[in-house]
Design a binder for this molecule. Structure first.
Ligand SMILES: Nc1ncnc2c1ncn2[C@@H]1O[C@H](COP(=O)(O)OP(=O)(O)OP(=O)(O)O)[C@@H](O)[C@H]1O
Ligand SMILES: [Mg+2]
Length: 252
């Protein structure tokens, strides 16, 4: 369980996050949704322990978060792979740091799981964007942390590749039962994935609304309930997007 209590973050005069209260259950898939600049990455980075909050605290499975740890793996939007390492070496990286046993077998199993076996000796530059994100996911899964933090991991992919990786993520989540906190500004993406969508306000970033998505998976974007929820989320996000636009016009 991740418990976020009264979390705030100021960057000098800028109040990026304020009074965030959120409890995420073990095994839950939660999306953080909101316009650019509403503090999604900042909140995720606070959960990851990369950024210290100005106020409040995060507790993950009973331990206060003060630094990054092996209990929380991160997948970034930008393919944060080591360009000088092969696919297999990238996936093995965290395991080698940990001094884990049986690294080769673990890496081979993960590469199979993510349909990457033929690519094990390739370098990241020789892979498509979708394949690189598969490697990033495999690398995050390698350390077998109960929590997976994902910051717009499919944001740079074309629509079809994105769809297939969303399905892949749901399959892995169903199998591995990890807790996933997934940042997106895609309304449809949040509806395809999440148990609950946390809509954030723009500056300061607060929790505007938590919308439970009770639809069975795989979800059908053509269904009436999906469309109703899409309209509800769109209205909520648009209010904040308008505040974002107004702020941009003021040069903020
Ligand atoms: N290190 C930093 N120093 C100063 N300001 C920052 C820093 N990191 C983030 N901010 C500011 O905090 C606010 C929230 O940023 P954040 O990156 O968390 O938003 P976001 O919701 O992830 O946006 P995007 O959708 O564009 O990724 C923004 O106004 C941003 O400019
Ligand atoms: Mg961000």
């Amino acid at each position: 369980m991740i418990s976020i209590r009264g979390v705030g973050k100021n960057f000098d005069a800028l109040v990026a996050l304020k009074g965030i209260e959120l409890t995420i259950a073990s095994g839950e898939l939660v999306c953080l949704l909101g316009p650019s600049g509403c503090g999604k990455s900042t909140l995720l980075n606070i959960i990851a322990g990369f950024v210290a909050p100005t106020a409040g605290s995060v507790v993950c499975d009973g331990r206060a978060v003060t630094a990054p740890g092996p209990d929380r793996a991160m997948v970034f939007q930008e393919y944060a792979l080591f360009p000088w390492m092969t696919v297999a070496q990238n996936v093995a990286f965290g395991l080698e740091i940990k001094g884990a046993a049986g690294i080769d077998a673990t890496v081979t199993a993960l590469l199979s799981k993510l349909s990457l076996r033929e690519f094990r000796d390739r370098f990241p530059k020789d892979l498509s964007g979708g394949m690189r994100q598969r490697v990033a996911i495999a690398r995050a899964l390698a350390i077998d942390s109960p929590v997976l933090l994902m910051d717009e991991p499919f944001g740079a992919l074309d629509a079809l590749t994105r769809r297939s990786l969303q399905a892949e993520l749901l399959r892995l989540w169903g199998e591995l039962r990890k807790t996933i906190v997934f940042v997106t500004h895609g309304i449809e993406e949040s509806l395809l994935l999440a148990d609950r969508v946390v809509v954030m306000t723009y500056r300061p970033g607060t929790v505007k609304r938590v919308v439970p998505i009770a639809l069975p998976r795989p979800r059908d974007p053509a269904s009436a309930e999906f469309n109703r929820l899409e309209a509800e989320l769109t209205a909520l996000v648009m209010e904040e997007e308008e505040r974002h636009q107004a702020d941009e016009l003021r040069g903020g």
